[in-house]
Design a protein around this ligand. Structure first.
Ligand SMILES: *[C@@H]1O[C@H](CO)[C@@H](O)[C@H](O)[C@H]1NC(C)=O
Ligand SMILES: *[C@@H]1O[C@H](CO)[C@@H](O)[C@H](O)[C@H]1NC(C)=O
Ligand SMILES: *[C@@H]1O[C@H](CO)[C@@H](O)[C@H](O)[C@H]1NC(C)=O
Ligand SMILES: *[C@@H]1O[C@H](CO)[C@@H](O)[C@H](O)[C@H]1NC(C)=O
Ligand SMILES: *[C@@H]1O[C@H](CO)[C@@H](O)[C@H](O)[C@H]1NC(C)=O
Length: 306
């Protein structure tokens, strides 16, 4: 009896230590701008965010991004730790997504979580927007996945839809009118409920506009490298007043990260492919076609001369 109790006490201590270790692994901050995060965050080669400037692929007909925003009024809470975030109640989702990866393989995803970083994490052609909304989708195994013939394609766990905002005082952000950051709390126990209709909140976003696709990671520990990023190129407006209601927690709070925001700094691109989707293909086709015509003519004359 005595021995049994001693053993279970040991076991309990081990479990407690493991739980504490687990919690600490999730515990991170921006005090050193992520340079102290370790693990994949340090050793990874496909880390996010990046500067989206050297776009190598565009006008690719295999690219597909079909985002369906939730049309329901979802009652949620805004939590503030290192980011502002919201999670849906069980069984409800912010959005559903069908999207192709760099090889044109389409997968289905769903999202019950989004987070807000300010200033933005990814850059658009060298410039940093003021806010980045990241809707984090996880793969839905129930959606059929069109695997390539070899079937060797590794499954990408996450698809993040990124929406950028920058100050434009002649337009109000519909998103930050419904999602008031000042309603954020440190714990869900005392956070007020807000009603958020994603379709309404993002009504100014043109879901058929162009976007960039690249393969990367989560921007917070454990920096898992299993993310397809879909970054809309269209920057949404946010007023100075709306932005300051976000900034009070991050860049405007000297206690937060010594005056820095909750954005992870840019990571090495390491030669990764960045593709641009939803752009008109006709123009490129005409260019290609005219080159083809000239080439045929030249060949014809060169052959005649010989
Ligand atoms: C994108 O994929 C979805 C799901 O497979 C499909 O319903 C849709 O027609 C595709 N869109 C385009 C433009 O290919
Ligand atoms: C990116 O910025 C450079 C100058 O900073 C400009 O020459 C180039 O056209 C821009 N590219 C795109 C795709 O906007
Ligand atoms: C700011 O918003 C107004 C109104 O929507 C728009 O006309 C203008 O082009 C925007 N300015 C910039 C720099 O995006
Ligand atoms: C959500 O917003 C959309 C767009 O404004 C609207 O059509 C829809 O009826 C709203 N949903 C609910 C449940 O109110
Ligand atoms: C900023 O927060 C205050 C509450 O502290 C709120 O009254 C105000 O409407 C917010 N401003 C904007 C532009 O959302």
């Amino acid at each position: 009896m005595q021995k049994y109790r001693k053993n279970s006490l040991k076991y309990l201590t081990l479990v407690v230590i493991l739980i504490i270790a687990q919690i600490q692994a999730q515990d991170f901050n921006y005090i050193n701008q992520g340079s102290d995060w370790g693990g994949t965050c340090t050793s990874g080669q496909l880390q996010s965010p990046i500067d989206i400037s050297d776009v190598q692929g565009s006008c690719d007909n295999t690219m597909n991004l079909t985002l369906q925003l939730s049309n329901q009024n979802i009652n949620t809470q805004i939590l503030k730790s290192q980011v502002l975030s919201s999670t849906t109640p069980t069984g409800q989702y912010w959005s559903y997504l069908y999207a192709s990866n760099l090889d044109g393989v389409i997968s289905g995803y769903q999202s019950n979580y989004f987070s807000i970083h300010s200033p933005a994490e990814n850059y658009l052609n060298g410039s940093q927007p003021d806010v980045e909304l990241q809707i984090i989708h996880t793969i839905n195994p129930n959606f059929a996945q069109t695997l390539p013939s070899q079937g060797t394609e590794p499954i990408t766990q996450f698809a993040i839809i990124s929406i950028m905002f920058s100050i434009n005082d002649s337009a109000t952000s519909t998103f930050f009118s419904s999602y008031d950051p000042t309603k954020a709390s440190a714990s869900s126990a005392n956070a007020p409920q807000i009603s958020l209709n994603m379709t309404q909140a993002l009504s100014s976003l043109d879901l058929t506009s162009s976007y960039y696709l690249y393969q990367g990671s989560l921007t917070t520990p454990p920096c898992t490298e299993s993310v397809n990023w879909y970054v809309y190129s269209q920057v949404q407006p946010i007023t100075t007043a709306q932005l300051s209601n976000i900034s009070i927690y991050f860049k405007g709070d000297l206690q937060f990260a010594k005056g820095a925001g909750n954005n992870r700094p840019l990571q090495q691109v390491n030669g990764r492919t960045i593709k641009k989707g939803n752009i008109q293909c006709e123009e490129q086709f005409i260019h290609f076609f005219s080159f083809f015509v000239i080439y045929t003519f030249l060949n014809f004359f060169v052959c005649k001369m010989l």
